[in-house]
Design a protein around this ligand. Structure first.
Ligand code: C2E
Ligand code: MG
Ligand code: MG
Ligand code: MG
Length: 281
């Protein structure tokens, strides 16, 4: 390695670096095997209609059941899976699993699946989506595809065309984490989208100062004009729920309603919902 000692000289291998490189390699190897060994699972979090308190569907959130580390959250492994090109096969598994799970839910309930940039760039994406729906026997209108706005910055024309085709096939397109990237309200007009998910950071801002609430109501107002559904992420308190409902947002998602839970827990969750109409209301 490039290792030079002495004042002002660089050391290519810093202490601890070897360990980091090794830990990263180990993580990549574990990840590759995890897909083969079936260590991934999907947890589901309800999307709640704010006016009615009813569940309209669930977002599928990926988890890794690591044999030593227990349940690992996506922020810890998705960036690595993306960097090593594993996200395309992993995303294919996720789409298939989510559609299969959703097919067992009561009729109108939808499932929302997150897509990475590499999946949108994959020429086989449309085929993958169609195959997942067909294998599960799930009508396309029960599938939502969540993409982030950063993803819309590149290849604008190609991306618009792809989103149009996916939409024409019947699936809905959601713009996830809206407001976090280089977002521009003009995206809402430029891109063919059905739903905007307003990032949790605006809910936190709303608690802190009145301008936070003004941003949410401005986004909600524009979306209403454009016929776009709004979902507010990270609703944790009844006060937050009341406020965003009052600003005209359509849907909410957050710990107030339910944390993400395993697929097996969904029937009980829906039953409880029918009784209470709306927990935490
Ligand atoms: P996201 O799509 O914005 O998902 C919402 C995240 O917020 C989830 O984190 C969820 O557990 C968390 N959350 C929900 N309600 C609350 C709340 O009331 N308070 C707080 N503080 N957090 C809440 P999670 O499951 O750790 O996922 C993190 C991110 O990982 C997701 O953000 C998504 O971008 C990505 N991700 C998850 N599953 C997949 C997947 O299958 N494929 C891809 N490409 N990305 C995924
Ligand atoms: Mg999402
Ligand atoms: Mg989100
Ligand atoms: Mg997010």
């Amino acid at each position: 390695g490039a290792k030079r000692e002495g004042g002002g000289r660089f050391r290519f291998f810093e202490p601890g670096m070897q360990l980091r490189v090794q830990a990263r390699r180990q993580l990549e190897e574990d990840l590759r095997r995890a897909l083969e060994k079936g260590e991934f699972e999907l947890h589901y979090q309800p999307l709640v209609n704010l006016a009615e308190g009813s569940v309209g569907g669930f977002e599928a959130l990926l988890r890794w059941r690591h044999p030593q580390r227990g349940l690992v959250c996506p922020d810890e492994f998705i960036p690595v899976a993306e960097a090593m090109g594993l996200i395309v096969p992993l995303g294919r598994w996720t789409l298939a699993r989510a559609c299969a799970d959703a097919a067992s839910w009561p009729q109108p309930l939808r499932v929302a699946v997150n897509l990475s940039a590499a999946q949108l760039a994959d020429p086989a994406l449309e085929e993958t989506v169609a195959a997942a729906l067909a294998a599960a026997g799930l009508p396309p209108r029960r599938l939502e595809l969540e993409i982030t706005e950063s993803l819309l910055l590149r290849d604008t024309e190609d991306t618009i065309a792809l989103l149009r085709r996916l939409r024409a096939s019947g699936a809905a397109i959601s713009m996830d984490d809206f407001g976090t990237g280089y977002s521009s309200l003009s995206y809402l007009i430029k891109f063919p989208i059905d739903k905007v998910k307003i990032d949790r950071s605006f809910v936190l801002a709303m608690d802190e100062r009145p301008e936070g609430a003004a941003i949410i109501s401005a986004i909600a107002g524009l979306c209403r004009t454009l016929g776009i559904v709004t979902t507010v992420e990270g609703i944790e308190t009844p006060a937050q729920r009341r406020q965003v409902a009052g600003q005209g947002c359509t849907e909410g998602q957050g710990y107030l309603f339910s944390p993400p839970c395993p697929a097996q827990a969904i029937p009980a969750l829906l039953e409880r919902w029918e009784c209470l109409v709306c927990p935490g209301g």
